[in-house]
Design a protein around this ligand. Structure first.
Ligand SMILES: CC(C)[C@H](C(=O)O)[C@@H](O)C(=O)O
Ligand code: SF4
Length: 428
């Protein structure tokens, strides 16, 4: 896009300017055209009801553009109740009637599938009826979570109103120390700024540390923008993004426009040197209750869950496999590994890790959200303590309100699987 704009813009301002067809600044209200809309098996059924309600007086009840909507089955798969089965039937029927692409049971978690299958490009405005839709900021898009009723309006019109958010810029420099990963970095940022620190703002993650990361590592960071209250978590597209997209989108051409202008106005610029960062753990019951692993070492665990849209990719699972080697899972602790998509699962399988995990006493499940939000299986009971590579640890998040969830990187999860208690991965 090459509009004549005479003031410097953040990435969010550029994307909302394109989406609303006029140059806009943070704080303005816009009616924006949506490039992509994603919904899933939990929030989709309500969006469909809302859509038909909006269309009640119309003869032709068609969505605005079926090629821009994606429906994904991931939270309750395969159906774990009659209610879930009914929701699945409703989504399949709607996809078929409207000509919408759907990824059925076990294709993968929505936030993995959207970038993986090439549904997101830098500069896109993407909405999803799920709070971690901010994950596609890793591709340089402005993507954000919306409710089912907003999604119904998007289905009907392809438009949604927004207040163009202010942007907080996080500039991160330094090489991550050994056994310290992008998950440790984002937990550190959230611990520092707090769960409301970026409320209704876009986060721009920048600096040499971020730009040396793979898309998988970036996805972990963008995914958790919502855990600091952020509306989006954007990383300027670079040659690593371009290589990722060229593999997935046949006509993809890198557009250097989708970066912040020099002199763009930020509500705040926060600078970090992470060359001495320790592995981080978010402790019960808040994502910003973050401590260095050394402060919680020795906490006894009942279950360890490696997976979710935050850290369920091949790279994450490979870290676990390599740290564990041919050692068994410690007695008394259950290790659940859930790759984030069918593609990621196949990579794990072909690398021989499924066999390795099964021999170690772990279980490898088919792709889905798993116990991440206390959904279909793997729940924690009263008094149980879990460690997860996912993104939330609110009371009851993984099952009983009387259970405890710690969050960490896959490396810390692997080290802890070997001992049955929270363990510093630098010590194994
Ligand atoms: C089920 C869905 C509405 C929910 C979300 O929006 O985030 C879930 O994915 C989660 O992670 O809690
Ligand atoms: S893996 Fe967890 S955080 Fe991600 S979409 Fe599923 S339930 Fe939400």
């Amino acid at each position: 896009m090459s509009e004549n704009i005479n003031y410097p813009m953040t990435i969010a301002e550029k994307i909302f300017s394109k989406a609303s067809g006029k140059a806009v600044k943070a704080g303005e209200f816009v009616l924006a055209n949506i490039d992509r809309a994603m919904t899933h098996d939990i929030t989709g059924p309500l969006a469909i009801d809302g859509f038909y309600e909006i269309m009640a007086s119309k003869q032709e009840k068609k969505v605005w553009d079926p090629s821009k909507i994606v429906i994904i089955f991931d939270h309750q798969v395969p159906a774990d109740s009659l209610n879930a089965a009914a929701n699945h039937i409703k989504l399949r029927k709607f996809s078929q009637e409207q000509g919408i692409l759907n990824y059925d049971v076990y294709e993968g978690i929505c936030h993995q599938i959207m970038p993986e299958k090439g549904h997101v490009r830098p500069g896109d405005l993407v909405v999803g009826s799920d709070s971690h839709t901010c994950a596609y900021g890793a591709i340089g898009a402005f993507s954000t979570g919306i409710g089912s009723t907003d999604m119904a309006a998007v289905f009907a019109t392809g438009k949604l109103w927004f207040k163009v958010p202010d942007t907080i810029r996080f500039e991160v420099e330094g090489k991550l120390p050994k056994m310290v990963y992008s998950k440790d970095l984002i937990l550190h940022l959230i611990g520092d700024i707090g769960v409301e620190g970026a409320r209704y703002q876009a986060a721009e993650y920048a600096g040499s540390t971020i730009h040396s990361m793979s898309i998988s590592e970036r996805m972990t960071i963008s995914n958790m923008a919502i855990e600091m209250g952020g509306k989006a978590g954007i990383i300027e597209a670079d040659e690593i993004t371009a290589a990722y997209l060229e593999e997935r989108i046949p006509d993809y051409k890198f557009d250097p426009y989708w970066k912040p202008d020099d002199g763009a106005k930020y509500s705040e610029i926060r600078k970090y040197d992470i060359s001495k960062l320790e592995p981080q753990v978010a402790c019960p019951h808040n994502v910003d209750n973050v401590k260095p692993v050394t402060e919680v070492e020795g906490t006894k665990l009942d279950q360890i869950f490696v997976g979710s849209c935050t850290n369920g990719r091949f790279e994450d699972i490979e870290v676990v496999a390599k740290i564990m080697g041919d050692e068994p899972v410690a007695k008394g602790v259950r290790l659940l590994v859930i790759p984030a998509s069918r593609t990621e699962y196949l990579k794990v399988l072909k690398a021989g890790y499924v066999e390795q995990f099964m021999e170690a006493g772990a279980i490898v499940e088919a792709p889905c959200c798993g116990p991440c939000m206390g959904g279909s299986f793997g729940l924690l009971g009263d008094g149980e303590v879990g460690l997860a590579t996912s993104n939330r640890n609110f009371k009851g998040r993984e099952g009983s309100p009387a259970s405890f969830v710690y969050l960490s990187s896959p490396a810390t999860a692997a080290a802890s699987a070997l001992t049955g208690e929270i363990t510093d991965p630098r010590k194994v």
